[in-house]
Structure formats: C-alpha cells, structure tokens
Design a protein around this ligand. Structure first.
Ligand SMILES: C[S@@+](CC[C@H](N)C(=O)[O-])C[C@H]1O[C@@H](n2cnc3c(N)ncnc32)[C@H](O)[C@@H]1O
Length: 461
C-alpha cells in the first residue's frame, strides 16, 4: 500500500473525501453533488465507505448555516473569525455529533486527526475543544438555546430546526397557504436526502423492464419513472447506453403535461422547449414526439448547456438552437411550447445540498423579469389554439402564480386551463393535486421536487 493510501486509510478515507468536497464548496463554489461522485471514483471508495462519505458530505452541506451558529456559540467567536480549513472540519464533526448516530469519540477523534495531519497540534487542540463542547449537549439543547422561540417566531424556529435559511422557510410558508403544520412537514422532507429517480425513455425501455434490471421500483405518478433506493445510476447499462436517465419524477410530470395538454384543433407536430438545457425534459419530450410523429425544437442560451442537450437527444427528432428564448428567430406556429424557466431552484434544494445557503432573495426579482419575458414570447410563438406549459423548480409565489397572473393580465386572448388532468393523465387521480388550475408538487406530498406548472392556451381564432 502506498504511503498516501495508508495515510488515507488511517485518517478515514470517507471523512477525507467529505472534507475535500466541503472545502471545494467553500473555496470555489463547487457543487457537492457533482464533485463527490468524481472523488469517490478517483479514490476508489465503494460500498459502506462511499455511503458514509456521501451521508457526511451531503448532510454537512445541507446543515451548514445551522452548524455554524452552534460552532460559533461553542467556540465563543463568529465563524468568519475561524480559519476556513478548520471550519470545514468543525462542520463535519458537528454534523456527526448532532445529526448522526456516530459515537462522540469517533466523531471528535477523526476530526482532530484530520486537522493534526495537515495543520499541526495547535489547531487540532482548538478543534478538539470546540467539538467536545458541542458533544456535551444533544441537538435539541442547541436548538432550544439558539433558535428563535417558537412562540415569538414560529417560522424562524422551524427554519433552524430543519436547517433552512429563514427567508426560504418564509417563502414555503406563503406557498403553502400559511399552514404551520405543512411548513413543518415541507421543511422536514426537504432536510432528507432523496432517492434517485430514473426515467425510462419511451420507445426504448419500459419502466417495468428498467425496474427489473436496476432492482428499483416503478414510480407512482409517471409511467416512465423508476425509484432507485440504492446504487450508482451511472453504473447501469441502460443509463450508460441512453435508454434511461436520472430525472426527478416531478420533472417527468412537467414534460408529460406538455405532451398531454389538449390544444384546440389538431396537433401539427411542431413542439418547442424554450429553455432546454441541460436537456432532461427535452430528452423525454424528444422520445414522446418521436412516438407521435412530432418534431421538437430545443432552445438554450448557454452553448455548453446546448451541447449537453445535443448529446442526450441523439437519434431523436430534436433540433437544438443556441439562442435567447426571448428572441430565438424561430417562426411562430408551435402547437406545444414548454417554458421551463430559469429560477431560484428552491424546489430542488434536497438534491443540491449546499444550494440553500448560497441562494439569496436578491436574485428573485431579476429572475421574475426573465421568466415574464420568456413566457410572453412563448405566447407569441404558439399558434392560436396551441398550449404553453410554464414551469419552475421553485414554489416561490413571485416566480410561479404571480408570473402567470401578470402575463395573463398583459396578454389578451390567452386562458389558463386546469393543469391537473394533463399532469395526472390516466395514471392517478388529478384531485390529489390540489384545487388547481396550476399544480404545485412538494417533497412532503408527492416525494418529488417542488415543481410548479401551469398550462395556458391561446384562444383559437
Ligand atoms: C430550469 S433550466 C431548464 C432545465 C431543462 N428544461 C431540463 O429539464 O433539463 C433553465 C435553462 O434556461 C437557460 N436559459 C437562461 N436564460 C435563457 C434565455 N434567455 N433563453 C433560453 N434559455 C435560457 C439556462 O441556461 C438553463 O439551462
């Protein structure tokens, strides 16, 4: 065994990977869900070691803001006065102490070893002292001590308890009709790591076949979905060969709603995806359009994301355009248009562990302008009688119902139709999707990302 391998083993290769990912997230805004699988592969971690590294990395990244408040209280100084490399290890250690069943001794000693090997005895002593202090109390003690009292600030208390920034909890509260019980359920579900959802590409493999070969289970809502509770989807032949992909069931329902929504008059086979990168929905729509003899145009502003679409739609009747969806140069007259708008992503936080601590509400007004312009352009490009599906992976009312209301108010000759039948198809009861006319999915209700979708139809002449 090489000296480096031996060192990694002694230190715990799982924690070393977790620390390195957390450091990259902090130092260079890396995405944990992209970097972690790469490091696991490069360092040959598999099985239980890979599972532990994943749990520690994602769990720590999800809880960062709350762990920082606890670390600051235990260290007696704000975290911005703690060296970043030490802070990564403190977060990792505090997460293990407070939010896992790992024993206190293992959590503290592995953290101290990580610091000692890189930084020496002094910093290791500091990490030891802070983590020991944290370990003396259970998580509930720290919540009671540091969270706003539930009687004074219910939203702030729940946000702290379930490791969300307060402003995001406030947005969920509004989107859930100001129900405290549902907010608690939504935050709790959003604080869990979701299982992988696969999509079986129509015409290439069925969900039943994919479930059999992957050891997964067929989805509840999308006829193309398979739940994969464990295992690396990248190792499945069906995924490697492009018969299947990784896609949240809620995203599948959005693409399906576009294919199922009823235009007024016959479908002439011109479909458009106006914000298509990286191509998850375009791939599903491309397969569905092939089966129904249609053609999909896929527009994407970012060239590198357009390249990803080109790869994933290979062999399907799809043309990819690198263009601004607000001025694509495409001829009007589409039967169906999807506007899967750039958004704050607040609906898929559980799949992007660190995202909740990176986002700010200052981004939202600019996104709302873009969303409004893209939807307005889609309504110009759709033919009379044609349908437009507007969707976001965000439940933020400013990005969802308020965009729809503003565009409807400014665009004569367009009506909003009930999105529930198109979302449910003949697979499940549309009434389970709330009162309509839009659909808002939630992790705590459907166990999907919190996708929003609305269906608009241009009046036939
Ligand atoms: C929510 S993502 C779409 C996800 C995609 N539909 C899928 O399922 O894989 C929004 C996409 O819109 C792109 N985008 C941003 N501004 C755009 C614009 N003005 N015109 C077209 N695409 C744009 C972003 O680069 C991003 O790839």
């Amino acid at each position: 065994m090489s000296e480096k391998k031996l060192r990694d083993k002694q230190l715990g290769a799982d924690r070393l990977v977790a620390r390195d990912v957390l450091r990259a997230v902090r130092e260079r805004d890396a995405y944990a869900n992209l970097l972690l699988p790469k490091l696991l592969r490069e360092r040959g971690l598999q099985g239980r070691d890979a599972a532990l590294a994943t749990e520690l990395t994602y769990g720590t990244a999800r809880s960062t803001g709350v762990l920082d408040q606890i670390i600051a209280a235990a260290a007696g100084r704000p975290v911005d006065q703690i060296d970043g490399d030490l802070l990564d290890v403190l977060r990792l250690g505090a997460y293990q102490l407070l939010r896992t069943r790992i024993g206190a001794h293992a959590a503290v000693s592995t953290s101290v070893d990580l610091v000692r090997s890189e930084k020496g005895q002094g910093p290791a002593g500091f990490v030891n002292a802070v983590l020991r202090k944290i370990s003396q109390r259970p998580e509930q003690y720290w919540i009671d001590d540091l969270a706003p009292p539930i009687t004074e600030d219910l939203i702030g208390n729940l946000a702290f308890t379930y490791a969300h920034p307060r402003w995001i909890a406030e947005v969920f509260f509004q989107a859930l009709g100001r129900s405290a019980g549902e907010l608690q359920a939504a935050l709790a579900a959003d604080d869990q790591r979701p299982i992988v959802h696969l999509v079986a590409r129509p015409g290439q493999i069925t969900a039943e076949e994919l479930a059999l070969i992957s050891g997964g289970e067929e989805g509840r809502y999308s006829p193309y979905c398979v739940y994969l509770p464990e295992g690396d989807p990248g190792k499945l032949d069906a995924v490697r060969e492009g018969f299947a992909g990784v896609q949240d069931e809620g995203s599948q329902l959005v693409a399906l709603a576009l294919a199922r929504a009823e235009p007024d008059g016959p479908d002439t086979g011109r479909w458009l995806d106006l914000c298509a990168g990286p191509g998850g929905k375009a791939a599903l729509l491309g397969s569905l359009s092939e089966l129904s003899g249609a053609h999909l145009d896929a527009v994407e502003l970012a060239p590198h994301r357009a390249e990803l679409i080109t790869k994933v739609v290979e062999g399907l009747p799809v043309t990819v355009h690198v263009a601004d969806g607000r001025d694509s140069g495409l001829e009007p007259g589409f039967d169906r248009i999807l506007v899967d708008a750039p958004c704050s992503g607040l609906g898929s936080l559980r799949r992007r562990p660190e995202a909740r601590w990176r986002r700010t509400d200052a981004e939202v007004p600019g996104l709302v302008v873009l969303q409004t312009e893209l939807l307005t352009e889609a309504l110009r490009l759709v033919r009379p009688g044609g349908v437009v599906v507007y969707s976001t992976c965000s439940p933020h009312p400013a990005e969802t119902t308020e965009v729809i209301a503003a565009v409807l108010a400014d665009t004569p000759g367009v009506s909003q139709i009930d999105a529930r039948p198109a979302t449910a198809g003949d697979v499940f009861d549309p009434e389970t999707l709330g009162p309509g006319p839009h659909v808002q999915l939630w992790p705590h209700r459907q166990d999907t990302d919190a996708m929003f979708l609305a269906v608009l139809r241009k009046d036939a002449r």
